[in-house]
Design a protein around this ligand. Sequence first.
Ligand code: AMP
Length: 211
Amino acid sequence: MKLVLLGAPGAGKGTQADFIKAALKVPVISTGNLLREAIARETELGQKAKQYMDGGNLVPDELIIGLVKEKLQSPDCASGAIFDGFPRTVAQAEALDAFAAPELALSIEVPDEAIVHRMAGRRTCPRCGSTYHVVGNPPRVEGICDKCGETLGIRKDDAPAVVLQRLEVYHAQTEPVKEHYARQNKLREVSGIGSVEEIRERIFQAMEEGL
Ligand code: AMP
C-alpha cells in the first residue's frame, strides 16, 4: 500500500501519518525529516538543501526524487509506504508514478489563516521529528518529546515570515499535485479542522472508502 499525504505545511500530515503507519504497518517517508537529518549529519545533500529550506522554498526535484527512490529500496518498504511531504510538485508526482505509483492521495485541507495560527504554536522534536502544538496537541510533559524524551524546539522555517513563503510555495507548486491525483481518481480530501482524533476518524473513513 502506497499512500500520499498532501496538505499545506502545518496541516497535520506528520501527526496523522503516525496513526496511518500504526494501522497499515508500513513506514512513513517524510522528505522534510530526511532532509533535516541530512542537514544535522552535514552530508552533501544536507548542505545543498539547507539554503532552500531556510528560505521556505522547495529543494530541487532531482535531489528529492533520488532521496525517495533510495529510501524505497530499503526492505522495510517492501509492502509500501506513507509519503509525508512528497510529492510536492507535479514533476515529483510523475516520477513517483513511474517507480512506485500510489493507490491513494489524501489531502488534509486547512485554510491559510488557521495554518499561520497553528505554526505559531508548533513545537518539534529535533531528534525524531515528532511535532506537537502547545494548545491543540501538547506533549504529556511540557517541552519534552513523548516518543524519545528529547527537549522540543521551534523549527527555523516555522518563523512567521518563512511560513508565509511556504504557503505561497504550497499554493503555486504543490496544489497542482491534487489535480494530478484527481485526474487518476485517487484523490480524497478531508477537513483538517478539529481535534487530532476527529481528523484521524475522517482520514480512516476516507481510506476505507478509497481503498
Ligand atoms: P516539511 O517538513 O515537509 O514541511 O519540509 C520542510 C522543507 O523541506 C520544505 O519547506 C522544503 O524546503 C523541503 N522539502 C521537504 N519535502 C520536499 C519535497 N518533496 N520537495 C521539495 N522540497 C521539500
